[in-house]
Design a protein around this ligand. Structure first.
Ligand code: ADP
Length: 319
């Protein structure tokens, strides 16, 4: 391996820059040149590719987003489009690639590997929705952002006998909701895994009001489950609380990465380079029981989501 490329793809996440920095610095120290590919697979296909020096990745470890930019290019599923990307790499004698992104990005990385360009995937997403890793780069930062916001909502909810219904991200993965629910002492957490029975949730809220005499209630709910504005109105109509919906939205994607995310990204970036130097491709990096691991992408995409039953049980015992 003489030259490697690096790109960020799909939704951005805090800590992607720390990963770009780690890949670049570790590779350069091993005598390998590094090329930054801008705007994900789009820049790969269009040839928006520039060398990265160690200074290019200085002063970015604390910055959210990605200095390389990210994009979605649905056409990249087409082998003819992939071929254009491969030509761009061959022209520059780039023999291997690090792809930072989610499941979709991994599929692109697998396709390229199958056509002779070794690729390693790093999990960059705030959703924690990649099954082969305990945590993804960006999850810890997003969790901190959610917790800070919910803590503030709690203050004002208590003053006004309110029920705050807070919608958080997660892309069908309930981790952001469940972790923040525990961290913020929420009354109710609703995820794809818990399911959502509206009348049952309203009954439980009434109990918090009438029986438990709570001055406020926090309901944390994953995105893509229900219309939270409509649900908050039903809370006002059917319980003693005044319901207010807050959709946290894209603020969850931003901000300076936490130390945990910076260190995770650095460890994973190192692993990606070591794998490529060993001539390995088609794998993605994860962390299991605090060990950095690598799993074939094909296997990773097929893994069932780990059960969060223990944590859900804990949540239930805390309310
Ligand atoms: P994420 O990587 O965060 O899951 P997406 O699912 O949007 O985000 O995927 C990011 C990009 O990866 C897509 O825009 C596309 O360019 C590429 N991609 C997604 N699925 C495939 C696939 N099956 N084959 C090749 N490339 C893909």
């Amino acid at each position: 391996v003489k030259r490697i490329g690096i790109l960020t793809s799909g939704g951005d996440a805090p800590g992607m820059n720390a990963a770009i920095r780690a890949v670049t610095r570790v590779a350069l120290k091993s005598g390998v040149e590094v090329y930054g590919i801008y705007d994900g697979y789009r820049g790969l296909v269009e040839g928006y590719i520039e060398p990265l020096t160690r200074n290019d990745v200085g002063d970015i470890i604390d910055r959210g987003g990605t200095i390389l930019g990210s994009a979605r290019l649905p056409e990249f599923k087409d082998p003819a489009v992939q071929e254009k990307g491969i030509m761009q790499l061959r022209k520059r004698e780039i023999d291997a690639l690090v792809v930072i992104g989610g499941d979709g990005s991994y599929r692109g990385a697998l396709a390229l590997t199958n056509q002779g360009i070794n690729c390693i995937g790093l999990p960059g997403t705030i959703d924690n929705d990649i099954t082969c890793t305990d945590s993804t780069i960006g999850f810890d930062t997003a969790l901190s952002t959610v917790v800070e916001a919910v803590d503030k909502l709690r203050d004002t909810s208590s003053s006004h006998h309110r029920c705050s219904v807070v919608e958080v991200m997660g892309n069908h993965c309930g981790d952001l909701a469940l972790w923040s629910g525990i961290a913020c002492g929420a009354e109710i957490v609703i995820t794809a895994q818990t399911g959502f029975e509206e009348t049952e949730v309203l009954e439980r809220l009434k109990e918090f009001d009438v029986v438990k005499k709570k001055r406020h209630a926090i309901v944390v709910i994953s995105e893509k489950i229900t219309d939270v504005d409509a649900f908050a109105k039903k809370v006002s109509l059917n319980t003693g609380f005044s319901g207010r919906a807050t959709v946290l939205g894209h603020v969850q994607r931003g901000g300076s990465p936490t130390p945990i995310d910076r260190v995770l990204a650095s460890r994973m970036g190192e692993k990606a380079v070591d794998l490529l130097l060993a001539g390995i491709g088609g794998q993605c990096v994860g962390i299991k029981d605090n060990q950095i691991i690598a799993v074939p992408i094909e296997e990773a995409l097929d893994m069932p989501r780990a059960s969060r039953k223990r944590l859900q049980d804990l949540f239930d015992r805390l309310v």
